[in-house]
Design a protein around this ligand. Sequence first.
Ligand SMILES: CC(C)(COP(=O)(O)OP(=O)(O)OC[C@H]1O[C@@H](n2cnc3c(N)ncnc32)[C@H](O)[C@@H]1OP(=O)(O)O)[C@@H](O)C(=O)NCCC(=O)NCCS
Length: 158
Amino acid sequence: MDSIEKAKIGDVPQIHKLVNSFASKGDMLARPLSEIYENLRDYFVLKHDKKVLACVALHISWSDLAEVKALAVAETYQKQNIGTKLISACLKEAKELEIPIVFCLTYKDVFFEKQGFIRIDKMKLPKKVWTECFHCPKFPDCDEIAMYYVIKEGAQIG
Ligand SMILES: CC(C)(COP(=O)(O)OP(=O)(O)OC[C@H]1O[C@@H](n2cnc3c(N)ncnc32)[C@H](O)[C@@H]1OP(=O)(O)O)[C@@H](O)C(=O)NCCC(=O)NCCS
């Protein structure tokens, strides 16, 4: 298995397939190919023999905030610490970019708690992050759990 790396343009169809396989089960939001291409520089992947086994994206929302999104580990490879490594890659990049807080919207709150994320009332997230939500079929009845991770000591959300 290769190490985690930034995604390349040729990985997009596989990222799309992986994310949407879980989206069809209701685990996460579906993402169109166009959105993955447009935001490719956000993505990390873990590959083996050119096959994408897992992915995640760190998307900058505002001056003090970035979102972890599109986290997916192929079923056969789950529970092998890959999700943890992908989150570490996002947190490392956020730190390098001097982004003080990272957040996520998820159904996998126990997993994110294990990564050090803390639950927060969704309404406390800044309005800027709702841009994507307006396009979500679930809006305004979102049932995802909002969580955040403080990169810069003392930083506060909202
Ligand atoms: C959620 C997901 C990314 C976790 O990836 P993973 O590689 O299996 O996670 P890890 O092996 O790094 O697990 C780290 C810890 O979280 C726990 N964990 C992982 N998934 C969990 C889940 N669904 N519920 C509860 N705990 C979970 C593991 O047991 C492990 O605990 P431990 O450290 O006490 O042993 C993966 O299950 C997945 O891709 N699921 C489908 C898509 C999805 O739901 N994505 C999240 C969208 S926000």
